[in-house]
Design a binder for this molecule. Sequence first.
Ligand code: FPP
Length: 233
Amino acid sequence: MNMKIIPKHTAVIMDGNGRWATKSGMSRVKGHKQGVYALLELIDLAIEFNLPCVSLYAFSTENWKRPEKEVKAIFFLLTEFFNTYLKSILDKDIRILHSGDKRQIYPDVVKKINKAVELSETNRGLTVNLCIDYGGKSELVRAFNRLFCKLQKQEIQEINEQEIEKELYTYPLPPVDLLIRTGGEKRLSNFLLWQSAYAELYFTDTFWPDFGKDEFINALDWFAHRQRRFGSV
Ligand code: FPP
């Protein structure tokens, strides 16, 4: 693998948990559970390959439309994830960030997220940005509202790209270089819309629980061979 060109920011849409489970006659929740193992493996691989930052789409603003049982199960898995792995996350010098709207998330889960963010604040290894109740459009609406207030208070004179970026959940993370989507669909599904303006898009049919080291190396290798012109020639 060409390790010279690594993405500064890798975003992952971990799709296909449900189909992975139902194809083997298991409940969708089993698929999400297996998805957490794939996520843990990805974190270790990101450290092994010296990636500075990964953003993971764990729960979108649209995922509330799923049956209550599945929504609760995903948040239960998140809670379990912090209960079981926070210590090893901190030991690995990982910095946890959260992108998304905390107002609807169950208060006990918000507490776990806040604690992980707080305790890992000074860590300088891999940044893991967990996107939970995240939506690209609502992130931009929030940013524009905040900018409107700033304009009214004359804290800023105009709205420009830099000012918008400062109001995103992901600030000051760099733009997404590589966006990986598993599970066969070829769309962004409202993920990091602004941040992915020039991202290279890697789509694979593999369901998220089956996404392992070989496929991750493929994605990174593919990225390293892209010619990135950013609108230039
Ligand atoms: C997409 O698969 C997956 C999700 C909406 C949830 C992803 C959540 C996890 C991996 C667990 C979260 C836990 C942590 C620790 C972040 P899908 O259900 O849309 O699959 P399908 O397209 O086959 O139905």
